[in-house]
Design a protein around this ligand. Structure first.
Ligand code: 5GP
Ligand code: ZN
Length: 132
């Protein structure tokens, strides 16, 4: 896709701090990091989100995260853990599938905050989910 910023990064048309690359995926630092070393794993091919993704990308990405990226982050940045998240639709700023790797550090202050005031009781949500 011509107007996709991540496709432009794949093509080298705009710069990115590349960390890892192979025939299927590209990994680069997030331009607006939540913690030191926050990076994005993207397929080189354009997929909008999880729901039209070739599942092999997930399997391959997990292998690269386990074998290469986490060992790199751990050894070089001395993180204490890793939070992985991935947005689809609402909350997704860039419509090219990407996995956030957010290295975690003791006392990093990273929080996901949600509006608890609009929550339904869990038993109501459960009934809705399982009703036929
Ligand atoms: P989303 O909200 O779609 O899950 O996350 C998109 C992420 O892409 C954001 O964390 C944002 O900082 C990052 N981002 C957006 N544009 C660029 C860019 O041009 N280069 C890089 N490296 N990251 C970007
Ligand atoms: Zn794209």
């Amino acid at each position: 896709m011509n107007d996709c910023i991540f496709c432009q990064i794949v093509k080298g048309e705009i710069p990115a701090s590349k960390i890892y690359e192979d025939e299927k995926i590209l990994v680069f630092l997030d331009v607006n990091p939540s913690t030191n070393g926050h990076m994005l794993v993207i397929p080189k091919e354009h997929y909008q989100d999880l729901f039209n993704l070739d599942e092999e990308i997930i399997t391959h990405s997990v292998k690269v995260i386990k074998e290469k990226l986490y060992p790199l982050i751990k050894s070089k940045l001395n993180c204490d853990g890793l939070t992985i998240c991935q947005n689809n639709g609402y909350g997704q700023e860039v419509k090219h599938f990407h996995i956030h790797l957010i290295p975690r550090y003791n006392d990093d202050g990273f929080v996901n905050s949600y509006n608890k005031d609009i929550l339904l009781p869990n038993d109501q949500v459960y009934s809705t989910l399982i009703e036929k």
